[in-house]
Design a protein around this ligand. Structure first.
Ligand code: CO
Length: 188
């Protein structure tokens, strides 16, 4: 499937609010192919030359509903540092991902969030959980996996999981006080 900034579903389209359906496993070739295209989009999107040439907006994740397919599939590519300060590269193609446990501690990005489906600016803190454990089938490793994510990766996974349920990041911003400090939160 051709995925670029013109084909990605924007929040002006009610489709983006669709609750996506669970995907039948083993994956059909069609679903697997779509998920691979989604991962390729995310990878290419941070390559300056390809982004310009193919009209891609930089992203760390994409969900199938953003290409108009209401299935619980996401591709995520995240570079982060671990607690020892080592660079870590995460690359997932997740199907039927779900949170099985989460921290009480909240977390948010100090810069706020963005989304391929959101054109306008929505400044404000998007308060999520600091740590989540996510279970899913991962096409990248072709097995069921459990991801214990904290910090930035946890935020990205929660952002994409919201898309599964038709939720957008700005739904979580406090309308009256978008920059309200949250006690005890991990600020990333
Ligand atoms: Co998004």
């Amino acid at each position: 499937m051709l995925i670029n900034n013109d084909t990605i579903v924007k929040d002006s389209d009610p489709i983006i609010r669709t609750k996506s359906k669970k995907v039948k496993l083993p994956l059909s070739e069609k679903d697997a192919s779509l998920l691979r295209d989604m991962l390729q989009y995310v990878k290419d999107s941070t390559d300056k030359e390809k982004a310009k040439k193919y009209n891609l907006r930089p992203a760390v994740g994409i969900s199938a509903i953003q290409v108009g397919v209401p299935k619980r599939m996401m591709a995520v590519v995240v570079d982060d540092v671990d607690k020892n300060g080592e660079l870590v590269h995460y690359e997932y193609m997740l199907v039927n991902a779900k949170i099985v446990s989460e921290s009480a501690q909240p977390a948010y990005l100090s810069s706020g969030e963005g989304c391929l489906s959101v054109v306008n600016d929505h400044p404000g803190y998007v308060v999520r959980k600091a740590r989540v454990t996510v279970e899913a089938y991962d096409l990248a490793s072709d097995k069921m996996i459990s991801i214990r994510a904290r910090g930035y990766l946890a935020i990205v996974l929660q952002h994409e999981l919201d898309h599964f349920d038709g939720r957008l990041f700005y739904d979580r911003i406090d309308k009256k006080n978008p920059m309200k400090k949250v006690d005890g939160a991990l600020v990333i």
